[in-house]
Design a binder for this molecule. Structure first.
Ligand code: IPM
Ligand code: MG
Length: 372
């Protein structure tokens, strides 16, 4: 197999620490790859007004895959206050680099497997083995938002939408509008990705998550498309649930769920719930997958409170590296990593603080590496 080109994007905060841990494991498994560092994160927002500089976008264009750690992000006003003085009031606005990578590279599948590994002392439930497919480019993440709603838009809405009447007399700055955009193509490709995965991995059921009883246009399209796509997969059971009910059922009977597919925001929410059932942020791993590039990451943030302490659990990132190997076609190396993680958990000697232990981030990485 050709040498893989991997963009290495630690970001900031504990992102740097968990990527260092993942590298220990990738080196031990003997992945043949060139790693190239990419600048990303808060530092580049402050210094350059761009947390995802163009040079990093170029790096991603020539990479096969990327590992991403974490980055700090702050609300609009705070973000603007931290810009270098020469950049302030020049119209720079902060947008999450991970959301940008997903959209600019059309990484439409957000894949979030959540498995309760035996021996993990912080499993909320021991019977969870759920794979979440989250649409990753549209929905309420489309970025079409207005705080000061332009007059043109409000008068158009007034003329074409009855329910808008109760907002029509508000002034621009008196309300905000975030547009949820779901396309037929966007719905179809994520739902197909979920069914294809189910078929390839011997999974029995796909549950379509939505709120089509209220959010009729966009979620209606998602559900309708899902039921249509399901017809092409006669061997796989299809099921659907409203997002609110879904969170209750998931907590109550996680063993009844297999593959979930959801629009962007519901997928964001439901994947955190799933992660919490199997140990929380230290176990939530994620792949942002497109046709030509995929970016792998732990779902946790930069955890400024723990930054510099080498304290956080790197297993989410190590499992994300395992997912990267799956995507690169390195199946054998991928399963070596997962087996080693399982052995460390069953053995129970190395535990980070979230698991009630005192092992450091790198102790955990070394323990996994030793098992390989
Ligand atoms: C995630 C995170 C991101 C998201 C944030 C950091 C923008 O919560 O990957 O789930 O909302 O998608
Ligand atoms: Mg999230």
């Amino acid at each position: 197999m050709a040498k893989h080109k991997i963009a290495w994007l630690p970001g900031d905060g504990v992102g740097v620490e968990v990527l260092e841990a993942a590298k220990i494991v990738l080196d031990k498994v003997g992945l043949d790859a060139d790693y190239e560092h990419g600048d990303i994160g808060w530092e580049f927002w402050m210094k350059e007004g761009d947390p995802l500089p163009e040079r990093t976008v170029e790096l991603l264009k020539r990479s096969d895959a990327a590992m991403f750690g974490a980055i700090t992000s702050k609300p609009k006003k705070e973000a603007e206050a931290e810009l270098a003085p020469e950049l302030s009031e020049k119209g720079f606005s902060y947008r999450s680099p991970i959301v940008r990578m997903r959209q600019e590279f059309d990484l439409y599948t957000c894949l979030r497997p959540t498995k309760a590994y035996p021996g993990n002392p912080i499993n909320l439930r021991d019977d969870v083995d759920i794979v979440v497919f989250r649409e990753n480019t549209e929905d309420l993440y489309s970025g079409v938002e207005f705080h000061n709603v332009p007059e043109q838009l409000s008068s158009l809405l007034k003329s074409i939408s009855k329910p808008f009447a109760k907002f029509a007399n508000l002034k621009g700055e008196e309300y905000a509008l975030s547009v949820k955009i779901n396309t037929k193509k966007g719905c179809e490709r994520i739902i197909r990705a979920a069914f294809d995965y189910a078929k390839e991995h011997g999974r029995k059921k796909v549950t379509i998550v939505h709120k089509a009883n209220v959010v009729r246009a966009t979620d209606g399209l998602f559900l309708e498309t899902g039921l249509e796509v399901a017809k092409d997969y006669p061997g796989i059971e299809v099921d659907d649930a409203n997002i609110d009910a879904m969170t209750m059922w998931l907590l109550k009977n996680p063993d009844r769920y297999d593959v979930l597919v959801a629009p962007n925001l519901y997928g964001d929410i439901v994947s955190d719930l799933c992660a919490q059932m199997v140990g929380g942020l230290g176990f939530g791993c994620s792949g942002n997958i497109g046709e030509n590039l995929a970016v792998f990451e732990p779902t946790h943030g930069s955890a400024p409170k723990y930054s510099g302490q080498y304290k956080v659990n790197p297993l989410a990132t190590i499992l994300a590296a395992k997912m990267m190997l799956d995507w690169l076609g390195e199946d054998e190396k991928a399963s070596k990593i997962e087996e080693a993680v399982k052995r460390v958990l069953v053995e129970g000697k190395t535990r980070t603080y979230d698991m009630g232990g005192s092992a450091t981030t790198l102790d955990m990485a070394n323990a996994v590496a030793e098992k390989m």
